[in-house]
Design a binder for this molecule. Structure first.
Ligand SMILES: [Zn+2]
Length: 298
């Protein structure tokens, strides 16, 4: 039976590379580190510090350029207050809602991802944030610092793949000299190469926090509705009840054939859509918008 793959491309696991706080150094060095591998990161910015007077944080123009290049700009609150969620409704509103709305407005796209300052939260604050930002980084593996090593970081990738989960790496400046986040740049490059090799073997899908979040939510909510289902031909619709304004990530549908399929054709309406064949499986990426999809092979 056709099914929706756990992660994009039918990879067994997913990894998001996230960078905190929005300092110019974090942003510039992060983008530079990811570039050779073609990875896109999620940059959690402190919104009240964007374009602050001391000029240490990335400005809107830079952030917009990054977003247009496929990176994600996420919300890391208005001013990174410790335990802001214990300071009453007004503070909550500013730290979570005002900050996300300003990113929406300045970047012209909906902010979907959020990270708590110091990764500190409680149940009440978590559920408050989830009302406004669907994807919250609740768990992370910290890159850099005295305990970090290339071996440990490679093992984290292996463990994420083995457990078939979605892991988030948390970076502060990748070239930081601060003992809290210091790491050898050549080790980081070796680790990102390790991740890229895993991605090339389709062991992991590397994508922004928002992309993986959307994928998982859509995967859980979507249904395949069959119009025709006979050997060598399947006609179906993939439907998802979630809001299209946010949930616009293509899902991978896996269609198992009884033998390696040949002469595969995939049409949505009259339009041919790309697909991959892996072993006996046909894999196609489609947005769950209810369009009629016709797949045939022999
Ligand atoms: Zn932070």
């Amino acid at each position: 039976m056709p099914s929706i793959a756990q992660y994009k491309g039918n990879a067994p696991a997913a990894i998001s590379l996230t960078f905190d706080d929005g300092d110019i150094a974090v942003v510039d060095n992060g983008v530079e580190a990811l570039k050779p591998f073609g990875f896109k990161g999620t940059f959690f910015v402190i919104v009240g510090e964007i374009e602050d007077k001391d000029g240490t944080h990335a400005g809107w123009e830079k952030l917009k350029k990054m977003a247009n290049a496929g990176h994600e700009i996420g919300n890391h609150t208005w001013d990174h207050k410790r335990y802001f969620y214990q300071m009453g409704d007004k503070v909550l509103q500013q730290e979570v809602v005002k900050s996300s709305r300003l990113i929406d407005e300045k970047l012209g796209r909906k902010t979907v991802s959020f990270a708590f300052p110091y990764n500190e939260f409680d149940e009440t604050s978590a559920s408050y944030v989830l009302r406004y930002q669907p994807f919250v980084r609740f768990k992370e593996f910290c890159y850099g610092g005295p305990d970090w090593s290339l071996d440990k970081a490679n093992k984290w990738i292996d463990d994420t793949i083995k457990s078939r989960k979605w892991g988030a790496a948390m970076f502060h400046d990748v070239k930081s000299e601060s003992p809290m986040f210091k790491m050898k740049y050549s080790d980081l490059m070796a680790n990102l190469k390790y991740l890229k090799d895993a991605q090339d073997k389709n062991l992991v899908w590397v994508a922004t926090y928002g992309e993986v979040g959307k994928y998982c939510a859509e995967r859980n909510a979507s249904r395949i509705q069959y119009i025709e289902h006979v050997p060598g031909r399947i006609v179906f619709k993939l439907t998802c009840p979630l809001s299209k304004e946010i949930y616009n990530e293509a899902l991978t549908v896996k269609i198992p054939a009884s033998a390696p399929p040949a002469n595969v054709s995939v049409l949505s309406g009259d339009k041919a859509i790309p697909f991959k064949v892996r072993g006996n499986d046909i894999l196609l990426d489609i947005i769950p918008d209810g369009s009629l999809v016709k797949v045939s092979w022999n």
